[in-house]
Ligand binder design. Structure first.
Ligand SMILES: [Cu+2]
Length: 162
């Protein structure tokens, strides 16, 4: 191969990826924003952070069955607890966590169920998980929220009914 052709191929090997990578990233951005509807939190889904305890559905935190096999947990996070902090569902349930914080930034992490959301004061966060295996699924606050952050945890108990 002539030397000039080799140089040309080297240049091409850099130029093509430097065009293809940004184009690919832009395409991924368009697909997630327009197709999957992933976006920054907007004004909808926001409530007054000083009135969380008086605002439905957070005035009555707890587990609600919305359909056969489907549940919704209305949850509040506050220093240093979740309400409710123990949730019992039958195995095979799909659970949507609807949660917000009453005070500072908290987090909700359920490692065994792949739930990981930030709980911002007054911003309603949603995460859905399916619990296919019986057992205990610990849930943690994973945003440092003060002196007793390490005791802020709870659990989802997935039960098998005979
Ligand atoms: Cu916390």
């Amino acid at each position: 191969m002539r030397r000039s052709t080799t140089v040309y191929l080297y240049e091409l090997a850099w130029i093509l990826p430097s065009i293809a990578i940004p184009v690919g990233m832009l395409a991924a951005l368009a697909v997630t924003a327009l197709g999957a509807g992933i976006h920054l939190p907007g004004r909808d889904g926001r409530i007054d952070p000083t009135q969380v305890a008086q605002t439905p559905p957070f005035d009555e935190p707890g587990l609600v069955q919305v359909a056969p096999g489907r549940f919704e947990v209305r949850m509040t996070a506050q220093v240093w607890s979740f309400a409710p902090n123990e949730i019992r569902v039958p195995v095979g349930s799909t659970v949507t966590f609807v949660a917000t914080s009453k005070d500072v930034v908290h987090g909700l992490l359920i490692p065994k169920a792949n739930v990981n959301v930030m709980l911002l004061p007054g911003q309603i966060a949603r995460a859905t998980a399916r619990f296919d295996r019986p057992g205990e699924y610990p849930m943690f606050c994973h945003e440092y929220c003060g002196i007793a952050h390490h005791v802020m945890w709870g659990k989802v108990i997935v039960e098998t009914y005979p």
